[in-house]
Design a binder for this molecule. Structure first.
Ligand code: M6R
Length: 607
């Protein structure tokens, strides 16, 4: 979704802004722009398409200047046009502004305050630029605060005014903003990625905060103009971790990161001898943990499928009834929760608007709320004030991979932590942990099959439909495999529990409609085998994920990807990998933009 970069300092800022925008490309966007104050006027250039289109347009232009803002836009209000791209200017080009979020009352604002203003775009953002202009009386920060008092909606914004040439004012409500602290310079970003190459010292803005930034000083205020003191935080991720490291795409790199990122997720969070997990962020005594009577997992997309896999662990190990809810549904239901309900919001970005709103709703109704989040310092992490980082490292491909496996692992550890207070013995806990510690090695052996999986993907690249089947814990894996395929290849695919096939979807099967079935040796193996045979009897081609050594599966499959055996609860940690690789290789074979699939954004910060 949209991205913001800003710089205030002594360096020439154009390369800093353009490189910063490139670091934000993973969020998804359809146009980009930059505005720099040079020689007493704003030099503003915008372009539809990739950052390269903007860079091409900038070639040959002299755009010197040490203070500037830039933006990648993912269209919401108004089409994908240059006029709608940010930064926007107010009437006489003396003020420029870039904005993430949605101004819900932009029509009323126009009518009430902005009669006579000339608008050049169809965006809600331009209204904000004019509104600040209308309130400007020589102090940009005050104008921003006064203008925002009339605004309903969400924003992360950066704004500059010609009369205050060395200054950027930034404000946040519902759309993240971070300030990176350098030596006599400040970086601004909608997340930390544009600044990681320059500084790891950052300050996160909270909702309702305004920052006034000049090369020598950062001053923070509330929207009511009261001074705020903020702490500088240190970001552990480095710039190199956020690069492709020789892989052709971020997604492939991130799929291959999984053995290491899983180790990072587990490190220091278990006690093998006692067979128990200890995730500190829960902030509950054992007595308080025993009071928990129900668990609710809230998330969207891949994080939701990780939650579905985690449900099995919570019910089996922790004896806790567990619901998994799509956050965008939960927030508008009348969810029944109380102080004995423990709600986890699961999110890679920690910024997903629906998940955040669902968590707020759960909190309002009295539930205990925690986060399972990847991005450090993100809104969900800070608002829940408790929970766990999954430590997957930067995930930049739009299609999530390593965040999924780490989410599943953290849910398993939480389930074990609760389970050990109930009926799980030290021996059972130890068996689970031993098996978990073997997973990174087993993941590596699956990743070695990448070329084999590539050949299978190429063989099926003509198929326009796919059916993913799984049962029990492999059903969420099927859902995740199907989502991966559709989001990066645009091929239609569905996922069903194997037992549901005969209740309807089997009618679609044909030689042109292959099935991808998860048929590893767990308690539902025989049932799944029957379902695969039902599909095969309808001439559907069959690709199987099966357990190493189970040669008998070859009789009923066209193609088989073998995976090492593991405990049933841990199967999603292995069985998802062939599906990720299949989707990846299929997308490459079809010439799709793997890391930035059409219409999608990495961080979905609007409803
Ligand atoms: O950042 P989050 O984990 O909260 O994001 C949730 C979904 O938007 C995300 O998982 C989405 O489904 C991915 N594109 C899946 O690959």
């Amino acid at each position: 979704m949209c991205g913001i970069v800003g710089y205030v300092g002594k360096k020439q800022c154009l390369p800093i802004l353009i490189n910063g925008l490139r670091r934000l490309e993973y969020r998804g966007y359809d146009s980009a722009g930059v505005a720099i104050l040079s020689d007493g006027k704003f030099n503003r250039t915008r372009a539809v398409g990739k950052i390269d289109c903007l860079a091409d347009k900038l070639k040959g232009q002299t755009m010197s200047g040490t203070v500037g803002i830039a933006h990648t836009r993912w269209a919401t209000h108004g089409g994908v046009t240059e006029a709608n791209a940010h930064p926007h200017a107010a009437c006489d080009d003396n003020l420029v502004l870039a904005h993430n979020g949605i101004i819900e009352n932009y029509r009323e604002l126009k009518e009430k305050f902005l009669q006579g203003h000339e608008f050049k775009s169809e965006t809600d953002t331009e209204v904000l630029a004019h509104l600040i202009e209308a309130h400007y009386k020589g102090d940009l920060r005050l104008a921003v605060e006064q203008a925002l008092a009339h605004v309903h909606g969400t924003y992360g914004l950066v704004v500059m005014h010609m009369n205050e040439p060395e200054k950027i004012v930034a404000a946040r409500m519902g759309s993240p903003l971070v300030v990176g602290v350098g030596d006599g310079e400040y970086y601004i970003g909608s997340d930390t990625s544009p600044m990681l190459a320059h500084t790891k010292q950052v300050i996160f803005l909270d909702d309702g905060e305004v920052a006034e930034i000049t090369p020598d000083q950062l001053k923070m205020f509330t929207l009511q103009d009261e001074k705020v003191t903020k702490c500088v935080e240190n970001i552990e991720w480095d710039d190199e971790q956020a690069q492709k490291q020789g892989f052709p795409h971020f997604m492939l790199k991130e799929i291959f990161d999984q053995p290491r990122s899983l180790e990072d997720a587990l490190r220091g969070r278990y006690d093998l001898a006692e067979g128990e997990a200890h995730l500190g962020g829960l902030n509950m005594t054992p007595e308080q943990m025993r009071q928990v009577k129900r668990v609710v997992l809230l998330a969207c997309g891949t994080a939701y499928y990780a939650g579905l896999a985690g449900k099995y662990a919570f019910e089996r190990l922790a004896d806790l009834p567990t619901e998994v809810d799509v956050a965008s549904e939960f927030r508008y239901r009348d969810p029944i929760v109380d102080d004995r309900t423990l709600v986890f919001g699961i999110s890679q970005s920690g910024e997903t608007a629906d998940t955040l709103a669902a968590l707020r709703e759960a909190k309002r109704k009295g539930a205990q709320v925690r986060g399972i989040v990847n991005v450090i310092g993100s809104t969900i992490a800070r608002e829940t004030g408790g929970g766990t980082y999954i430590h997957a490292g930067p995930e930049l491909a739009v299609a999530s991979s390593k965040a999924y496996t780490n989410m599943v692992a953290i849910l398993l550890l939480y389930a074990l932590q609760f389970g050990r207070l109930k009926r799980v013995s030290a021996a059972t806990g130890k068996r689970l942990l031993d098996a978990l510690l073997e997973i990174p090695g087993k993941m590596k052996s699956i990743l070695e099959k990448s070329d084999e999986i590539k050949k299978i993907a190429e063989k099926y690249q003509g198929a326009r439909d796919f059916m993913f089947l799984g049962r029990g814990i492999n059903y969420p894996v099927a859902l995740e495999g199907s989502l991966k395929l559709k989001e990066i290849t645009y091929i239609h695919s569905e996922a069903y529990p194997g037992g549901e096939l005969k209740h309807g979807p089997i009618s679609m099967l044909s030689p042109e409609f292959p099935i991808f079935a998860l048929m590893t040796q767990n308690q539902l193996y025989d049932k799944m085998r029957s379902n695969v045979q039902e599909a095969r009897a309808r001439q559907a081609k069959v690709i199987l994920v099966a357990t190493e050594g189970d040669e008998s599966v070859k009789e009923i499959a066209d193609d088989v990807i073998f995976v090492p055996p593991t405990m049933e609860l841990l199967e999603p940690l292995l069985n998802t990998l062939p599906l990720q690789l299949f989707a990846y290789h299929m997308a490459v074979a079809l010439g799709c933009d793997v890391d930035r699939p059409r219409n999608l954004a990495k961080s979905v910060t609007v409803e």
